[in-house]
Design a protein around this ligand. Structure first.
Ligand code: NAD
Length: 290
């Protein structure tokens, strides 16, 4: 079995996979590969799959499968797996970090001090306690975040198209969540329903001065509408880890908009998570019957 590690995984993984066969990170060997390991960088689209005539198994280390043409893979008899459970804590902790940095004014405090300014008076903080967090998507990551937010005394409401019960989250309609929340955090997959879900109309239903956190997918937010809302102050801050592409084009409007906190798609990139993803990859290959 030839295994191609196409994206960044834990450094110990190649050694752990050697028991299954030949392991390489040389992408020019795609045509010979029986298994490819990808994260978000590699796009396993039709063209990619056509370049891999010996491929039997694609493993996406991570949650979303929007970078894999699953229908085409199926047509070609290729199994597709992901590692959905591994990343929840890593992503939820980043979402929480982005959220708590806002009322604590961490970005402005750090940047102004770096500029030699002492803005003690201007930098008034607020607290998360007593505020409402609205989750869009109450799956694995949303639920881990809800748990942390509740520990900080937040009230947690959420909208999910399919989830009908939660111990931790008061489930509501999308409109009710948009209207109630001081902080809105996105945890839905990217699909035809969720692309551009945050747009002029949905932003219009939010509280003035709302904070939007996005560790879901960049395209769930309409960039032009978000930039308008940031400029008008309707959205006080947009904190995002996710982009239309990795990296986004230089002229992507969110990059130069005011009151944006940005991270370069590092939600899943904790050391601990990469080890967990490695464990799941080994398990998937062990159970692979092809
Ligand atoms: P999950 O499948 O456990 O939860 C997603 C939830 O969204 C589900 O409960 C589902 O019912 C709900 N949902 C689907 N379509 C919906 C719609 N149209 N409207 C409302 N709810 C809808 O997935 P998860 O593990 O919580 O991950 C959520 C998303 O986070 C992933 O799909 C991925 O896009 C993103 N993610 C980002 C990073 C990162 O590095 N920033 C890492 C991992 C995952």
């Amino acid at each position: 079995m030839k295994i191609l590690i196409s994206d960044a995984f834990d450094a110990s993984l190649p050694d752990r996979l050697k028991k299954f066969g030949d392991v390489t990170d040389d992408k020019s060997q795609l045509a010979d590969a029986n298994v490819v390991l990808i994260r978000s960088k590699t796009k396993a689209n039709k063209e990619y799959i056509d370049s891999a005539p010996n491929l039997k198994l694609i493993i996406r280390g991570g949650v979303g499968l929007d970078n894999v043409d699953q229908d085409y893979a199926k047509e070609k008899g290729i199994e597709v797996h992901n590692t959905p459970e591994a990343s929840s804590v890593a992503v939820a902790e980043l979402a929480f970090a982005l959220m708590i940095s806002v009322p604590n004014r961490l970005i402005e405090a750090h940047s102004t001090m770096k500029e030699g300014r002492w803005e003690k008076k201007a930098l008034k903080r607020t607290e998360l306690m007593g505020k409402t967090l609205g989750l869009i998507g109450v799956g694995r990551i949303g639920t881990v975040l809800a748990n942390r937010a509740r520990a900080f005394g937040m009230h947690v409401v959420g909208y999910d198209k399919f989830v009908t019960y939660s111990d931790l989250v008061e489930l509501k309609t999308l409109d009710e969540v948009l209207e109630a929340a001081d902080y809105i955090s996105l945890h839905v997959p990217l699909n035809s329903d969720t692309e551009g879900l945050i747009n002029k109309e949905t932003i219009g239903k939010m509280k003035d001065g709302v904070v939007v956190i996005n560790t879901g997918r960049g395209l769930c937010v309409n960039a032009a509408d978000m930039v308008d809302a940031l400029k008008s102050g309707k959205v006080a801050r947009y904190a995002t880890d996710v982009w239309p592409s990795d990296p986004p084009p230089d002229d992507y409007s969110v990059l130069s908009a005011p009151n944006v906190t940005m991270t370069p798609h590092i939600g899943a990139s904790t050391k601990e998570n990469l080890l967990r993803i490695g464990d799941q990859v080994v398990e998937i290959i062990e159970n692979f019957k092809g």
